[in-house]
Design a protein around this ligand. Structure first.
Ligand code: FES
Length: 108
């Protein structure tokens, strides 16, 4: 059984990430992207599982909650972190996002 402790880190005030917006932060040198998909707050690691592409810099679709890797075009589901199209076939990490005292917070 894992005894790994989770840490909460602040991202930004909730009012600063409106529907259809995204924000990239860094935690211990790892980029993490937070998306507001039509009201759902979702976060994934900002590194493609195929070839380390800067995933969150690609086009994304707030209605479908997907992002397209700018390097080779795999489309990822932001809810699950799983790729829906090749060439990527491994999921990326996802993170729990909460609003605590009007601040968007990530569990890492
Ligand atoms: S690096 Fe993302 S699809 Fe290749």
């Amino acid at each position: 059984m894992s005894t790994e402790e989770k840490t909460s880190i602040p991202v930004c005030p909730a009012s600063e990430l409106s529907r259809g917006e995204r924000r990239i932060i860094e935690h211990e040198g790892e980029p993490i992207a937070v998306f507001n998909c039509d009201g759902d707050l979702l976060a994934i690691e900002d590194r493609c599982s195929h070839d380390d592409g800067p995933l969150a810099e690609g086009n994304w679709n707030p209605e479908e909650c997907t992002v397209e890797c700018p390097r080779h075009g795999s489309i990822f589901d932001l809810h699950t972190g799983r790729p829906k199209t090749l060439p990527a076939f491994q999921p990326v990490r996802t993170f729990t996002v909460e609003i605590i005292d009007d601040t968007i917070t990530l569990e890492v």
